[in-house]
Design a protein around this ligand. Sequence first.
Ligand code: SAM
Ligand code: SF4
Length: 316
Amino acid sequence: MKDTWGREITYLRLSVTELCDLRCRYCMPEEGVCKRAHSDLLTEEEMLMAVRAAARLGIEKVRITGGEPLTKPNILSICRGVAQTPGIRETALTTNAIRLPQTAHALREAGVQRINLSLDTLDPNKYTYITRLGSLSQAMKGIEAALEAGFSKVKINTVLIGGFNDQEVPALADLTRKWPVDVRFIELMPMPGNSGFGPESYIPVDRVLAYLPDAVACREDGVARLYHLPGALGDIGLISPVSQHFCTSCNRIRLTADGKLKPCLHSAEEISLKGQDENGMLESMRQAILHKPRCHDVLSAENRSHAARNMNQIGG
Ligand code: SAM
Ligand code: SF4
């Protein structure tokens, strides 16, 4: 369905857990999260009911996210349920890749068509620093497992952080020559809990182009502007949620693991689905779409997101 600003809403980001096996500094606190009571979280049946309601309203694509979705014990059955929902044409998943060696094939069999992987650095020490817990070699094994499992158009998402990984742009971009992947640089977003990053960390994603003199502009792909390096197997994507937000073409709503619909990533407004039947969920979702704001406020290190949650509690 269309929102009040004429945007067709076709994309649901479904967060299945707030928990994660990493603790990325820009995403969640070092101590992790207080586990919510089971009764506060959506059950698998409620998640799938919400997806059915969303599909009845015209949602065609669902991206399963978290926290880390692969820490969820019933993740395969959730993916299967989403993929089998009438009207859902694309089932995608975003992961830190750590658990993919054990799960990549099973995810494909469960109906996941597209997979996005997060990787901010190719330096083992910096990887452990930014994730606070992770091992680069594990993440790389996960990326290789995704490629071996045969996912098409695998995307690697890199949060561009001034002074941390901007110098690594050429090396990260080179992955598009090594593997058939897109590497997408995304601007760091100032969320409520990541105030440890100073203004120098927030650099416009166009800065990437200064490091890639050979990159040729090719086209747009959703929120990403795509470039291509000579001889590469995939594209470079630039995603600019801070310097040039894409509110005018926003086609998405979000559902959190505790059952809150978020019409806008950077707004505190939430509508609860917990405990409703499918028709109730559909009506709440219609309200959420109708309440989608035209645009969020300008974001910067000083003007932080009004999301009222950290990213692991939203799903990115
Ligand atoms: N755990 C999975 C992962 O890392 O891919 C899925 C959830 S994670 C919240 C989804 C995406 O949000 C990741 O690509 C992550 O890098 C990105 N993200 C988290 N916090 C962010 C921030 N403050 N600014 C920009 N991207 C962020
Ligand atoms: Fe976990 Fe993903 Fe957040 Fe990193 S970005 S802490 S992997 S949820």
